[in-house]
Design a protein. Structure first.
Length: 240
């Protein structure tokens, strides 16, 4: 099955199906996608996007980001949920030159998990509803907020931390494609900054430290408001 998809101005869109999961099962293909902002979809992309049969878009961006960037096109009854997990913005803890980028990003994901737990659980609640599938989850770059959601989801499904981390790391190359496009389209000053990357090892670190604090990903999410029945439903329809 094809994992990566290229659209006109959407650079980090992929299927997170196919990974080996608990009990000898695997994550179902064409049920859950992750992406950078979908406002970059154009009419030229409509046929390929429609072929994925996406029913639901979960938009993790803040209202300010939505105002600046716009929304996913209103195509064929697509349902959009706007759920922005509450957490401090990164300018409050800016990246310092020379800092280990993986450590910096894992710390920001920790902040998100601790401060935005209710919002993250609400997103998982949408993903647990089989009637919403296929679903695409996105933020701005499709690697940080989206990366945390996908890491939590795949972990609940019993996917190994190694595979979760490898999926996260795919965003580096895709964000490099975005930077190249932006440089060629009026933003020559843009560079591949450290926090544009998705360093290998970051999600392993984030998940290990989350378990140290909360015991398990499942315990963290149930404490945040995700019902055990929703976790069971998530596993039922996203695993094969």
């Amino acid at each position: 099955m094809r994992r990566e998809f290229s659209f006109s101005r959407v650079f980090n869109f992929r299927d997170i199906g196919g990974y080996p999961a608990a009990g000898g099962r695997s994550v179902r293909w064409r049920r859950l996608f992750r992406s950078d902002t979908l406002s970059g979809l154009t009419e030229d992309d409509r046929r390929e996007f429609a072929a994925l049969a996406v029913r639901t878009v979960v938009d993790l961006r803040r209202s300010r980001e939505i105002e600046q960037q716009g929304l996913v096109p209103e195509w064929d009854g697509l349902v959009r949920h706007g759920i922005a997990p509450e957490h401090r913005e990164w300018h409050h803890t800016p990246y310092q030159d020379g800092t280990d980028a993986s450590r910096y990003l894992a710390d920001r994901y920790r902040d998100m998990a601790e401060e935005g737990a209710a919002g993250l659980a609400a997103v998982l609640g949408v993903l647990a509803d089989e009637r919403a599938a296929p679903v695409v989850v996105h933020c701005v770059a499709g690697k940080d907020r989206t990366g945390v959601i996908c890491a939590l989801t795949l972990s609940l499904l019993g996917v190994s931390d190694a595979d979760i981390d490898a999926d996260y790391a795919r965003s580096t190359a895709n964000n490099a494609r975005f930077v190249a496009w932006a440089k060629a389209n009026g933003h020559p000053e843009l560079t591949m900054l450290p926090w544009f990357r998705s360093p290998a090892g970051t999600m392993r670190r984030f998940l290990a430290e989350l378990r140290e604090r909360h015991g398990s990903v499942e315990r963290y999410l149930t404490a945040a408001g995700l019902a055990p029945a929703q976790i069971a439903a998530l596993r039922t329809h996203l695993l094969t």
